[in-house]
Design a protein around this ligand. Structure first.
Ligand SMILES: *Cc1c(COP(=O)(O)O)cnc(C)c1O
Length: 375
């Protein structure tokens, strides 16, 4: 039997033929017609004016923070419950992440904590240089409330939508709520180019600046002329070709992941102490990963016992993100609240949710969990 992965890439004949067409065209270098087309198609899909294809989501976050003005000595509000890349990008800018707990009803950054902290900081003249939101596990934050709090204090919002391509909030696409939005095409995301990312913005000027910084800040001159420090952050044309094919299949992937999520809810929803990441009424997630919490006092088992039992059958599952305020590397950073995400981390498990997950693999996951839990 083959190993069952959490969220493996799904490549089809379209990906193969577009990759080979790019290869045969000899546009192998970063930049090329597929990069331009991927950017245009992506911007259209997300409903923003401009998209800049980059080598990773982390690179996109780094440039987004730079472009909104985050620099050395600044503080930036970041959710604690996220992948480390969100906070690392803040540190790359010489700034300090201040962590914010999540809400139990969405697992996303708590809008009340953000609003209270911004009010408090405004009153002492210490506003953060930016707020970074994360649309966790493919579900949008509550942007009416978060954007209002940021707007009130004129603090730029950067949206880390790395996990949320295709999700919507009140009908509008995830990634379009900040001054800059960021996406990832890493191997286990809902679409992948093996590695890659995208920065989106309404501003033509900021998109151009991002492209310039991502290509070593090369000045328009026949020789290599530089007046500022740049980065080597552009996406390869070959990978952009893959990305175009993947983007064309996004809706189908979301539909299948949603179906898997629904089937998990049907198959496990009756188990006492087993709960799912709640879906907020304000939007439609992309159902990237299906996550459960397992309360040992009620379930008769715990998340680690389940994880190990799945692993024994060569099935990959993974604890939910370990909160960043509990990571040794951020031990000295400030945190607002923190108990909610710490509790979810204690109980949380992400289940195999690949868009091509075969029925019998799905059944093995369910059978294993039901065997351990009190039915
Ligand atoms: C995957 C991810 C990133 C980083 O993207 P890469 O393309 O792997 O650099 C950033 N933030 C979040 C929330 C992610 O899940």
């Amino acid at each position: 039997m083959n190993r069952v992965y959490l969220s493996p890439p799904e490549m089809g004949p379209e990906e193969r033929s577009m990759l080979l067409a790019a290869f045969d065209s000899n546009w192998i270098a970063p930049l090329g017609p597929d990069v331009d087309a991927f950017e245009a198609e992506f911007a259209q899909r997300v409903g923003v004016a401009h998209a800049v294809a980059l080598s990773s989501g982390t690179a996109a976050l780094h440039l987004a923070l730079l472009l909104v003005g985050v620099g050395p000595g600044d503080e930036v509000l970041v959710p604690s419950f996220t992948f480390v890349a969100t906070a690392n990008a803040v540190v790359y800018r010489g700034a300090t992440p201040v962590f914010v707990d999540c809400s139990l009803d969405t697992w996303n950054m708590d809008p009340d904590l953000v609003a209270e902290d911004l009010d408090r900081r405004a009153s002492v003249g210490r506003l953060p240089a930016a707020v970074v939101t994360v649309d966790l596990y493919g579900q949008s934050c509550d942007y009416d409330r978060l954007a209002a709090a940021c707007d009130r204090h004129r603090v730029p919002l950067v949206e880390d939508a790395a996990e949320a391509l295709g999700a919507t909030y009140r009908g509008r696409s995830a990634g379009s709520f900040g001054r800059m939005g960021v996406f990832s095409f890493n191997g286990n995301k809902i679409i992948t180019t093996s590695g890659g990312g995208m920065l989106v913005t309404e501003s033509a000027e900021e998109a151009e600046r991002a492209r310039y910084l991502a290509t070593q800040a090369r000045e328009p001159a026949p020789h290599y002329e530089h007046v500022t420090i740049g980065y080597n952050y552009r996406l390869s044309n070959l990978l952009a070709a893959l990305g175009r094919a993947q983007l064309a299949g996004l809706d189908s992937r979301m539909t299948r992941r949603k179906r898997i999520n629904g089937r998990y809810r049907e198959a496990l929803g009756d188990l006492p102490g087993v709960d799912f990441l709640p879906i907020a009424p304000y939007g439609e997630p992309n159902y990237w990963l299906t996550c459960v919490t397992v309360d040992p006092d009620l379930a008769g088992t715990d998340r680690e016992t389940i994880r190990l039992a799945l692993e024994e059958q060569d099935i990959e599952s993974r604890p939910t993100w370990k909160p960043l305020h509990l990571q040794p590397v951020f031990a000295d950073n400030q945190v607002l609240g923190g108990a909610v995400c710490a509790r979810i981390f204690e109980l949380g498990l992400c289940l195999p949710t690949g868009s091509a997950l075969p029925d019998d693999d799905f059944d093995r996951v369910v059978t294993t969990i039901r065997r351990l839990a009190r039915g």
